[in-house]
Structure formats: C-alpha cells, structure tokens
Design a binder for this molecule. Structure first.
Ligand SMILES: Nc1ncnc2c1ncn2[C@@H]1O[C@H](COP(=O)(O)OP(=O)(O)OP(=O)(O)O)[C@@H](O)[C@H]1O
Ligand SMILES: Nc1ncnc2c1ncn2[C@@H]1O[C@H](COP(=O)(O)OP(=O)(O)OP(=O)(O)O)[C@@H](O)[C@H]1O
Ligand SMILES: [Mg+2]
Ligand SMILES: [Mg+2]
Lengths: 160, 167, 160, 167
C-alpha cells in the first residue's frame, strides 16, 4: 500500500514540477510531511514563482495562487485523467498572459479528457475548440444561443 | 468516455426543454452575468449526485425546480446526462449511457429519482458506477465558481487523501 | 437616536434603489428587520435583477452578487463619501458590459471622492483618469513603471 | 482630503525607496500577476492601522519587511502616506499631512512606530484623527482582493451596524 502510494505521489510530483514551470516559469513541488509513514502526515505544496524566493502559500498573489492550484489539478489529470472536467471561471484572477497560458495547456490536455470551461475572458474562449452561448431570454428563462466552432466558425443553431 | 449532451427541463433557470450538445474536446460556455452558465454545471452535479444542494446555491432540493416567482405550479425538474461509453469506462455494455435524475415537489417535501438508461435505480448504484470511472464527489474534476484555490486552503491531510484515492 | 438612524437609512435606501437600477436595470432595496426597534434587528438586502423575480441572495450568480455588493457600497458613498476608496479587483466576476457600467459609475463618483482601483480588465483601465503600472523587476522587487494619463496620454516617467 | 502620494521602503516587494504619486480622481493600478499591485493597497492599510497582518497575507508584522529569501539582513520597513488636507478634514491645521509607520525587527520580536508629520505618536492618536475623517477599520472604503461580496456574507446585524456608524 505504501509502495503504491509513493509511486503515485512521485509521478504526480514530477508532473507538478513540469506543469508549474510551464505555467509560471518557476519551480514548484509537492512534499510529504513524512515519507516514511505517509499516511500519518499530510501533503505540502511549495512553490517559487519565477525569480522569487520560496513563498508561504498565503503570501502569494491571487493570480499566483490560481496558477498553483491549477498546476496541482493538471498534474493529477496527466497521471490519471478523469473522463471530463467542469471548471467555472478558473481564470477570473489571471492577467491576459496567464489566461492564454492556461487556455493553451487545457487545449493540450483536452486530447485525453473532455474540458467544459465556463469563462468570460476572451483568450480562453478564443482557444477553445467550440463555445456554447447562454442568454437569459424573457422572464428568467435561460436558452442556448448556439455553438461556435472556433476556427471553423460554423454556427450550429440549437433548437431549444 | 465523455458527456455527449445534456437535456434539462424546469431545472433552475432552464424552464423549457433544452438540449445542450457537448463534444469530446475543449469547450467553453460563455454569456452575460446571470444568464445561466453556472446552472449548466449545477445540472451535471445534480444528476450525478456529486454535490449537496448547498453547493448549488439552493437551500433545499426543490429550489432547483424552475420558478418564476409567482407560483406557476411547476413541481418537477429533470436533467438527463448522455455519455458516450464506447470505451466501456462505465461498466455497462452499451455505447450510449444516459444517467438522469428527477426531483418532484410533494405536499410535505420532495421525491428524488435516479435513472440509468431509463430504468429507476438508487443513488448508491449511481455512485458505484461512477466511482469505477473515476468520478467521485471529491475527485478533482469539478471546480465551482470562486473555488479555484480551494486546494490551497484545505489541510495537508485532506490534500494527501486526494493522492490516496488515486493510487 | 432612532430618528437620526432612520433618516440615514432612508437616504441610503433611496440611493441603493437608484444605483442598483443604474448598474443592473433591476429593482433593489434594503430593509430593516424591525423598523420600530431598528437596533434590535438587522438589515436585509433584497434584489430583483432585470426581468427576474425577487431572489434569495444565495441564488444570485457571481456577477449579480458583485453588482449587489457594489451597489450598497456606492449607495453609502453617495450619502457620505469617505475621502478615498481602495478597491482590489472588484470586477473579477463581471462580464465586459458590467465592467464598463461599474467603471462609468466610479468615474462619476470620483468627483466627490478619490478612487484607487486595482484591475486587470481593459474597460476599467480605459475609463480611469490615469493608470499606474507596477512590474516585478529583478529578484522579487516591484517598481512603478509610469503613469498613463488616459485621454491626454502623457507618459509621466516616475523616478523609482 | 485625498492621498497625494505614497513612499515605500522595504515594504513587502517594494525594496527600493519607491514614490507613487496619486491624484484626486479615478486611478487604476495595473500590471501582471504577482507584480505588487495588492501590496500597494496593503501599504496604505498598514500605515493607517486599518488591518491586522493576517489581512495583509502575513503571519506576523515582520513578514511585511522585504525579504529576498536568503537573509539580506534588512530589518526595517517604512511607508509614508501623504494627504492633501486643504479641506482640513484631518483635524490638523496644515495643508499637507503625512502619516507614516515603521516596523523594525528586533532579537525577540519587533517594534512598530507611528508618526504624524514626522512626530512620533500612538496608534490610538492615529485612530482618533482618522475616525473624524470617516476612515475606520470597518468603514466601507476598502475592499481587499477576492472580498467584493463580503457585505452579502455578513449577518444582517453586522450590516445594520454599518448604518449605525454613519448616522
Ligand atoms: N429555481 C430557479 N428558477 C428560476 N431561476 C433560477 C432558479 N435558480 C436560479 N435561478 C436563476 O439563475 C440565475 C443565475 O444563474 P447562473 O448562476 O448560472 O449565472 P451565470 O451565467 O453563471 O452568471 P455569472 O457570470 O454572473 O456567474 C439567477 O439570476 C437566478 O435567477
Ligand atoms: N516581505 C516580502 N518581501 C518580498 N516580497 C514579498 C513580501 N511579501 C510579499 N511579497 C511578494 O509579493 C508578491 C505578491 O504581490 P501582490 O499580491 O501585490 O501581487 P498582485 O500584483 O496583486 O498580483 P495579482 O494580480 O495576482 O493579484 C508575492 O509574489 C511575493 O513574492
Ligand atoms: Mg456563474
Ligand atoms: Mg492582487
């Protein structure tokens, strides 16, 4: 049991280092409080954004925290993808450059899992393979306005 | 396995029978504030039993039934989630699997029914089927609005448990 | 004391109705749990976004909640402006149209108070009278890159 | 009354002596993630005594002193907030009022000093002066990052107290 856990942990840690570097140019890793007895301790996340010293998680900025959390999620996805991912405005604290970096990464990861991402930010919508529009019609009734297949730009009208 | 589409009727702000087609790729859902984007994700969580009503901004399950505010007498909501199961990740020998859920208001409460391919089943049957395809209520494939940094705020033990589940 | 409180409350309530209508086209008001004995009860906020029924605050969307909270803040500002306001990414959950509406309102309110607003969103930055740029130079050191006086577009280089 | 400018030295990520000019209008502060925008607002809150270190993402006050991570021996941070007081909202008979604060690391803790126009004073003197110009720690003129909907999450009593303070 410990062996299986450690091999999973090490694989995810390797992914985390790679993903964090790709998203923020910095160094990151996940650590066990006790490698000897992993089930008696917890799991720590330690990151060092580009050009900075190692930070306590609380001292990070809003955008840095978002990238750290997303790196952990994507590190697990690379190891064992869930069939689908549903992410609601994960880009709200990111600047334009970082929205684009995260969008590009999701585009890559979407080869091995389905990603459904709610977003208001242009770089995220532009990068997706397709976009579903939702509007509020008359009295508090939502309808789907159509699907835009990005690039191919085919408007597929959906019957409500 | 992926979600091929969702059908909603009287679920939150989706009053009319609505079909949302989904593809096995990177899709975004966009639209003005308050238009119903998060409600689409809530519909998936509701049907798969992945979250409590509180997570869906409802006090009780019947708050999920469409209401225009002036008692239009709608007492039932239904959502169907259609999966492409050609890789048989869901342990059912069919290419297409539909999980659906209905909630119905009654005089003194509500009923909630789950279905797999149209046949009534229990919540634990749903949980059993989904956990074998790596979809559990604390798996890391759903991030609710405003919750992106949740993983940083949890205890180190809770974080480690995520790896336990995966290994 | 009760009289003074009620006249303040009524003035702020009138402002809240106006501001909420301006920001979201809907109806909003603030209510006292007990008008007879205001100090024994609390204060409730009740809103009805455009074309919708009255909502429980929890059922509102992220953007609707932001507009409701900002309406309360601006309603107080109109009654008794504080000398300055420091707002950090208040627009992160707003769509482009709503960012612009909030920015225009701040522009108006800035005639009677100073507003310092941290933002990553284009419509907010464009609407401000001036923008201060902050960047991370070498090892974890922040510097001010300059001030852009919007419209007049004069680059005033600031010596660090 | 408004803030005419801020001077920072060794405060959070502002290592070098930095002057930030401010005008009596609508100003935005912008820049990449992690560049130091929120730290500017933290500098104002720190100097006016408006928030505890926890609100400034610091465990203890000395976490606010610039550190490059490899012990560069900086043991003091200072911030000055310059006010235009021509409307005499601050009860001091001068056109320009500067409130400043210094925090200094010592062997067994730290010292924190407040100054008004260069003269040392106590925290309660600062509080007294500021409350007469409607700047108190629970007044609604500061919204921290991620906290925009705080007013909706508080109890109805706490909300009513805001109006108490104003009337
Ligand atoms: N049971 C219900 N019946 C009718 N409408 C409902 C119901 N429950 C929620 N709603 C409506 O759904 C709206 C919120 O939708 P949702 O949270 O999906 O918006 P959103 O598109 O995610 O917006 P944002 O971009 O601001 O996050 C509310 O305004 C509310 O009126
Ligand atoms: N005492 C300190 N010494 C040096 N650097 C510090 C100190 N405290 C915080 N920092 C740095 O400040 C950075 C965060 O700055 P801040 O929160 O102001 O960013 P921001 O511009 O608001 O970013 P975002 O857009 O992501 O919110 C952290 O990366 C951290 O390295
Ligand atoms: Mg939403
Ligand atoms: Mg910030």
């Amino acid at each position: 049991k410990r062996e299986v856990f450690l091999s999973t942990f090490d694989a995810i840690n390797a992914n985390f280092k790679e993903v964090f570097r790709e998203l923020s140019d910095g160094n990151g890793e996940i650590l066990l409080e006790s490698r000897e007895k992993p089930f008696e301790g917890g799991l720590l996340i330690q990151v060092q954004p580009a050009g900075k010293p190692i930070q306590r998680l609380e001292a990070l900025s809003g955008g840095e925290k978002s990238l750290t959390a997303l790196s952990f999620l994507f590190a697990i996805q690379r190891y064992r993808p869930a069939p689908f991912y549903a992410l609601d405005e994960i880009d709200m604290m990111l600047d334009g450059v970082n929205v684009e970096k995260v969008a590009k990464m999701i585009k890559k990861l979407s080869k091995s899992a389905q990603f459904i991402v709610v977003s208001l930010r242009e770089p995220m919508i532009e990068c997706a393979s397709s976009t579903i529009g939702v509007v509020m019609q008359e009295k508090n009734i939502s309808t789907i306005t159509g699907i835009r297949l990005n690039g191919k730009n085919a408007q597929a009208q959906i019957s409500a | 396995m992926h979600i091929k589409g969702i059908d909603l009727k009287n679920f939150k702000s989706f009053k009319n029978q609505t079909h949302i087609p989904l593809f096995d790729e990177f899709m975004t859902i966009s639209g003005p504030n308050g238009s119903g984007k998060s409600n689409v994700l809530d519909a998936i969580l509701f049907t798969l039993g992945l979250s409590k009503s509180r997570d869906m901004r409802a006090d009780k399950l019947t708050d999920l039934i469409y209401s225009s505010g002036n008692g239009d007498g709608i007492n039932q909501a239904e959502v169907k989630v259609h999966f492409d199961n050609s890789d048989r990740l869901i342990p059912i020998d069919r290419d297409a699997v539909t999980i659906s859920r209905k909630v119905k208001k009654t005089d003194n409460g509500y009923y909630s029914y789950y279905y797999i391919n149209g046949k009534p089943c229990t919540f634990s049957e749903i949980q059993e089927i989904l956990s074998r395809s790596f979809i559990t209520s604390n798996s890391y494939n759903v991030i609710m609005q405003g919750d992106v940094t949740r993983i940083l705020n949890m205890s180190s033990f809770e974080r480690r448990k995520i790896i336990d589940e995966i290994s």
